[in-house]
Design a protein. Sequence first.
Length: 523
Amino acid sequence: MKEPSARLSSEVSESDWEKTPPSIKALVESLLSRLDEMEKQLEVLKEENRELREENRELREENKRLKQENEVLKEQLQRNSNNSSQPPSADKFKGFKATPKSGRKRGGQPGHEGRGQKRYPAEACERLENYYPQECHRCGSGLAGDDPEPQWVQQIELPKLEPVVVEHRFHQLKCESCGALTRGWDEEILNGSVYGERLSALVGWLCSVGHQSHRQVQALFDEVFNIEISTGGINRIRCELSDSLADIAQEAREYVRDSAIVNMDETSFVQGNGDGNNPKKTKGWLWVAVTPLVSYFEVFLSRSKEVARQLLSEDFGGIVGSDRCGAYVWLANEQRQVCWAHLKRDFTQIAERSGVSAQLGAELLKQQQLLFTAWYQVRDGTLSRGDFAHQLKPIREEVRRLLEEGANYDVAKGEKTAFAKTVGTCRKMLTVEPAFWTFALRDGIEPTNNAAERALRPAVLWRKHSFGSNSKAGSRFVARMMTTVTSLKAQKLSTLAFLAQALQASRSGFPRPSLIPAIGTTV
């Protein structure tokens, strides 16, 4: 007799199983067999369900990751000069917007003071040509006399430019007594530069703010001045000019360090390893420190706070206007003015995100607009400092409240979503928030760092056409020329005349010129 299934052994005794009719036994055995098969299928389905759950979890995580990447990529695609530190030149071209016609005619409008041709004084004219009428245009009578205020037209032309060449001839003569040969000698002429100060100054200007390459300068001198000069000669002029400006630039640096208010900024500037001074090919940075009349530039292979401290000195006691770059964290908030133009870009970037970030950014931008509406009235003289301080209080409180709200949102550690960026930005801003308002507490401080950014623009153009420098000496030339040109432009002085004077002082031992404004003209 077939034994009862193990499945029934605990429920049915052997004797009871033997008494069970065969048909019932067969049915039970069939049912038990089917139950075993179903249990096996159930285990398979459970395993498949577990695998599907795991796959679903992985897909959800991947979907979340892809959404985060998509947010980051969309933000990168939408990045422009209004919501980041990207320059306007890198913005995507969106075409020209058609401006509605005003209905006015082209040209100067009624009431506009016209600006005609500049009139040179009579002594600057090569010759004066006078035209007198011979007879009256109405009756034909003869005319005589002089017009104290004649109508004038000055024709301006360039003279034919020819180089002024001085040939120095050193003769060698034989002594009639001993037969020795002796040649005339002038150390300064024989071992000095063969190019004059004005020519060298022009070469330096063309190679720097003139944005001309060595080949272009060479072609210009050949075409315009009929002067042949090699690219090696151009480079030697650059080196000599850089050396002649060394002490002048150092004096400008000391002046900046002693200033009460300094605006600072920095931009990338490639410095190659042509001289072996940058074997690791470290990224270079061109730094600038700006005061109203004197600016100082220098290239470093770092953007760290140690560089900023080195530029300004450890005991710097003034106030620095800058962006939120970490290089300035060593300064107390009382010594800083964080640029509101950069803050506006940060607020715009937050506002262009989705969800609570968009709402938070919009509210911050609203406060920024209220602030500058009042500030422009202060600058125009239509709002007193006292009234400005009264209007500023609720704006400052609201900005801090909004930043604290953004900083207090909970995000996972290491999260890289756009929302997490908003939270991180708010937290970083709160650490320097007191430095947002320094301009409102002290006179003479601007709320933006536009002065430093404007000073860097010519250097950025230089970098774009020259791709940086190939040596430390090349970087020094860039920094010294930018220091000189920018400072002279602020003081409305001639760059070429100053460079020629600096070269003359270096060659002849004359007193060197200075970029430091005279006493009584300092702003």
